[in-house]
Write a protein that binds this ligand. Structure first.
Ligand SMILES: [Zn+2]
Length: 103
């Protein structure tokens, strides 16, 4: 069986400047972050995921730029030991559903 491509490579740690830009962007888009991605409760934090090249295409990002997917979580879900893989799975599921529905 092929390895899960989401596990390939080491996670890249974004620079402080990049993280601050993400925070500013998230603050502008509060309407999209009204609920926890995993459970639907009111969120306490915004996170971001940088997909690998393959999944960047799934989200329609340019091949020459680093794409970022923002999401929000409540404290309880953020503390789950499986929160990161669950978030990636949910974001991909939602994207696939959007593509099927032509959103
Ligand atoms: Zn939650």
């Amino acid at each position: 069986m092929a390895k899960d491509p989401r596990r390939k490579g080491r996670p890249r740690r974004p620079s402080r400047q990049f993280r601050e830009a993400i925070r500013a962007e998230a603050a502008k888009d509060t309407h999209e972050f009204g609920t926890c991605l995993l459970c639907g409760e009111p969120p306490q934090m915004v996170g971001f995921w940088i997909p690998t090249k393959r999944f960047s295409r799934t989200f329609g990002f340019s091949a020459t730029k680093t794409g970022v997917v923002l999401y929000s979580l409540c404290q309880r879900c953020a503390e789950r030991p499986d929160s990161i893989p669950s978030v990636e799975e949910r974001l991909l599921e939602e994207r696939m559903r959007e593509q099927v529905l032509g959103v």
